[in-house]
Design a protein around this ligand. Structure first.
Ligand SMILES: [Zn+2]
Length: 191
């Protein structure tokens, strides 16, 4: 018995931190992970509200970069910027097309701000998922980013009855211009 307990304790102690972090994001309805588009768990500690079950029917696309760091496309720098402003997104796609999970889908991420849907609904964070794609105002998205966004959106469409996939600029046109230089045709039809 003593030996068994020791083995169990060892097993628990050797559980990598990544597993525990990963568990926070797992939902029973999750489709299997894709080898081509791996997801990296990088949970944020603020910028969202913990929520129970919520109805999700909207995806909002954003773009951002780190204006103060040495590398404008550093995941760490971009996330630090979100933390500074108390905002977040559910997902962040880096320049190489890697998909970072920042906030579990069930939680309400603060990404949309004051905004209004084409159907008149406000409080958009409540029923939406936010995807940030790294880009600067004078830069273009990489093919890998379009591919990753396409994959992620279709994955989410398989999980939720998504009715809208919109840019931030569409729901807050007087405040927001992102996703900058986003080509919706490229998103829809791969080259
Ligand atoms: Zn935005």
């Amino acid at each position: 018995m003593k030996i068994l307990l020791a083995v169990l304790a060892l097993g628990a102690a050797s559980t990598p931190l990544n597993d525990a972090r990963h568990q926070a994001f797992i939902q029973t309805t999750d489709p299997p992970p894709s080898a081509a588009f791996p997801m990296v768990d990088r949970p944020m500690t603020a910028g969202f509200a913990v929520s129970g079950k919520r109805e999700i029917d909207t995806i909002i696309l954003h773009s951002s970069y780190d204006p103060v760091g040495k590398d404008p496309y550093s995941v760490r720098g971009v996330v630090r910027g979100y933390e500074r402003y108390g905002v977040s997104a559910h997902y962040l796609i880096d320049r190489a097309g890697a998909i970072y999970r920042l906030v579990p889908e069930k939680n309400v991420s603060y990404h949309a701000g004051a905004s209004r849907m084409p159907d008149g609904r406000t409080n958009v964070n409540r029923f939406s998922l936010g995807i940030e794609i790294m880009n600067k105002k004078d830069d273009s998205y990489t093919p890998a980013q379009y591919a990753a966004a396409r994959y992620l959106i279709s994955r989410l469409k398989g999980q939720y009855p998504i009715r809208y996939v919109l840019g931030h600029n569409k729901i807050a046109p007087d405040r927001k211009s992102d996703p900058w230089n986003f080509n919706w045709n490229t998103l829809r039809s791969p080259a």
